[in-house]
Structures are given as C-alpha cells and as structure tokens.
Design a protein around this ligand. Structure first.
Ligand code: 3PG
Length: 231
C-alpha cells in the first residue's frame, strides 16, 4: 500500500523524509514504476534514480509521473546540462557524488533541493561558504566513515549529511546515530538481481526493513531553505 508523503513534506529537507534514501540503478525504464511503488509501499518515499544508465531520465519521468507518494530525485548528476535535463524530467531533488563551481551554480539555480557530494573537510567548508548546509558524504566508508563524520560535528555543526557508499543494514544505525546525519543512502534494498527478476515483493520487504531504521531529527532542524527543502 503506497504511503503518501506527509502534508508537510513540502517543508521537509530531503535528509528528513526517511532514514534511508534508496540509490537506484535501472537499465530498463519500464522497471521504474513498479520499483518505485515497491519502495514507497515499504516506507521509503524518497528515491534517488542515478544517471548511470541510458534509461535513467525516462525512469525518472515515469516514476515521478505515475507513482503517488514517491519523491523521485536524480543521482550521479555530474554536469550543469544534466541538472536541467533532470528537472525537466520531473526530478524533485538532485544528488551528486562530488561538485564543481559550475555544477553547484546550476544546482543552486535549479529550483529544487540538492545534495552535492563531499569527502573532505575543505569541501564542506567551501559549501558552507556558498550557503549550502546539506550534502552527500561519499564514498562514506572509504572516506573515513562514522569516525570522520563525528569529527566534523564539532567544528562544522551547520553541515548535515547523507552518507552513502558502503553502507548497509549493519552499519546504517551507527551513521543514523550521529547528530550531523539526517539519512543514509545505499543500494542494498534495490539489489540488481531482484530488479532483473522483477521481484518487487523482495524489494518492498528490504525497503520495509530499511525504513524501520528510524532516526528522529534533532528538534528545530526539520526545515531548511537554501538548497535544502523539498517542494
Ligand atoms: C552511491 O552512488 O551513492 C553509491 O554508489 C551507493 O553505494 P553502495 O552501493 O555502496 O550503497
């Protein structure tokens, strides 16, 4: 059963929609709608469809148009041109593994929330300087994991993260326990073999387990303006 976004979702940050952001790779756009339905039914309404396959834009278009309750965004956004393509396809947020000045400028002008990727302290400081407080931490495990993020919380308390890369059901709770983590991202609930088999029930079950990894956002940190709110 699809669970619609709460009425206040328009004021929520991408980081606060759900504890887990599925990172989806689809090779056949026809899979996008049943896949998104399974994720929403499992309790994960925010879905990052990565631009890693030729089918990605059509997958975003289909899921955004046809799946009530889904908040479909685009991931692996690497160029300013892709920013426009994704928004035109209906993406309601944008995620990148890293950022450049040109990409960030395009994301800031896009009109939708975005999570630029960082893996170093200087990149975080540079984003804060540009007014961006929410970002993806990637590749999370390889870049220092929970110890690194915990170290950033003291000097850079305004920065909030969606760590992604090497995260699964075992280590996700450690990330979600950090004060500067809003949600974690990952592919573990959308395994390629399940997509290939069109085993939507399995994906819904994995999504349900992931959605049970609850995180309570710190009081007063649910709504963000620049680059951070869902529309
Ligand atoms: C991403 O783009 O966020 C990562 O590729 C996801 O990494 P994972 O497969 O280790 O979850």
């Amino acid at each position: 059963m699809a669970s619609p976004l709460p009425p206040s979702a328009s004021a929520l940050s991408v980081l606060d929609v759900a504890p887990v952001l599925p990172v989806v790779v689809v090779t056949d756009a026809a899979d996008a709608v049943p896949l998104a339905r399974a994720l929403v039914a499992g309790g994960l309404p925010a879905i990052e469809v990565t631009l890693r396959t030729p089918a990605a834009l059509e997958a975003i278009r289909a899921a955004a148009a046809e799946v009530p309750g889904a908040l479909v965004g685009a991931g692996t956004v690497l160029t300013p041109g892709q920013v426009g393509d994704c928004v035109a396809a209906g993406a309601r947020f944008l995620v990148s593994p890293g950022w450049t000045d040109a990409l960030l400028t395009a994301m800031q002008a896009s009109g939708v929330p975005f999570l630029p990727g960082v893996s170093t302290t200087s990149e975080v400081v540079a984003l804060l300087e540009r007014g961006v407080t929410e970002m993806k931490f990637f590749p999370a495990q390889a870049a220092g994991g929970t110890a690194y993020l915990r170290s950033l919380a003291g000097p850079l308390p305004r920065a909030r993260f969606c760590p992604t890369g090497g995260i699964g059901p075992v280590n996700a709770p450690d990330y979600l326990a950090l004060p500067n983590v809003g949600c974690v991202g990952g592919t573990w609930m959308v395994p390629q073999d399940a997509i290939a088999a069109r085993d939507w029930a399995r994906i819904e079950g994995l999504a349900r387990e992931a959605a049970a990894l609850r995180k309570q956002p710190p009081p007063g940190r649910r709504a963000f303006s620049a680059g951070g709110t869902c529309r």
